[in-house]
Design a protein around this ligand. Structure first.
Ligand code: HMG
Ligand code: MG
Length: 298
């Protein structure tokens, strides 16, 4: 059966904005995150403490964290690829961080400039230091069903990386179809392997919609017992290492799917639409959500 309740982990401010070529004013980021807080999300990935040489758009991470309104009961996780990132996040008062590994060697090298094995060693230090401070750590695995460089990814290999993150103390691991090439069949195969290492209620799915499969992949995941879904308002985002890769699955489209089944999510749909209109206008971009486009055209 399907889960009665689903947690939406909103990644728009981080994954959605990280590759925008034009510098987005900090004000816009702060307004956007505040609107997401008003919409009722319980997890809003706010920014990244990464090298500004690698991701210049998020170079204002410290300021963003200082200026957003933090609602009680809402987490504002940030990406921390190494100890330096964790130090920045702790100094900024962050209470939840995320480390990000890859199921593909080449992608690991291009994204975080080290091998999978080296990255896991680095993350072990980050996770133990974070947990000493009482800070929760989420894990990500990229390219779990396909890689822009090596193509095929072995589901067992992807699952093993996810398992390593869980074993080192990540409270939850999000398995990511970074370039959106997965199908329900490949998602199911990968999740079946991942579930050998991690309880189903600690696995999140992070789908991109490049091939138009994201909603189908999410439905397949829900049917397997997954209840944590990463998504991005207006389908913001992309992947700098995969030409033509579109954004994350749109939060509006996921909510529409969940509403169809009456699955609880606790999010105010109209408030999401307002945030969606706000950010697409600010970026001067077409809305990447089919549902938002349909509703806003009415
Ligand atoms: P590196 O060049 O190997 O790092 O980069 P390094 O340790 O050799 O340091 C080089 C310079 O970077 C030094 O500065 C450090 O101080 C600085 P310099 O002396 O040259 O002036 N530095 C930092 N500055 C700020 N914050 C830090 C930091 N660390 C070092 N944390 C590194 C390695 C990991 C830092 C780099 O590759 C990096 O920042 N990568 C981040 C890439 C990224 O953010 N990618 C996007 C997020 S992942 C994603 O989108 C996938 C996901 O959504 C799931 C999916 O869809 O698949 C999660
Ligand atoms: Mg992503």
């Amino acid at each position: 059966g399907l889960p009665a309740t689903v947690t939406i982990y909103e990644v728009g401010p981080r994954d959605g904005l990280q590759n925008e070529p034009k510098t987005i004013p900090t004000d816009v980021k702060v307004n956007f995150i505040n609107m997401l807080t008003d919409a009722g999300f319980k997890a809003i990935e706010a920014t990244s403490f990464v090298s500004p040489k690698w991701v210049p758009q998020l170079g204002d991470a410290r300021e963003v964290m200082a200026r957003i309104r933090k609602a009680p009961g809402v987490q504002y996780p940030v990406l921390t690829p190494n100890s330096q990132g964790l130090a920045g996040a702790l100094a900024a008062g962050c209470r939840e961080v995320a480390v990000f590994a890859s199921a593909s060697e080449t992608f690991s090298k291009r994204n975080i400039n080290c091998s999978i094995e080296e990255s896991l060693k680095r993350f072990e230090a980050v996770v133990s230091a974070a947990r000493k401070e009482g800070v929760a750590v989420r894990g990500y695995v990229s390219c779990v069903v396909g890689c822009p460089y090596q193509g095929h990814v072995d589901p067992a290999a992807a699952a093993a990386v996810a398992g390593a993150l869980y074993d080192m103390g990540c409270y939850e691991v999000s398995v990511a179809d970074t370039i959106g090439v997965g199908t329900p069949a490949s998602m199911e195969a990968m999740l079946k392997e991942t579930a050998r290492y991690i309880p189903l209620d600690r696995i999140g799915v992070h789908c991109h919609d490049t091939y138009g499969m994201a909603i189908a992949n999410i439905l397949a995941s829900l049917r397997m017992g997954i209840s944590i879904i990463d998504s991005s308002v207006a389908g913001l985002g992309g992947c700098p290492y995969a030409r033509g890769a579109t954004g994350n699955v749109a939060t509006e489209d996921v909510l529409y799917l969940l509403n169809g089944y009456g699955i609880q999510h606790g999010i105010d749909f109209d408030a999401v639409l307002r945030a969606s209109e706000y950010i697409t206008n600010a970026l001067g971009r077409p809305n990447g959500s089919r549902v938002a486009n349909a509703l806003l055209a009415k």
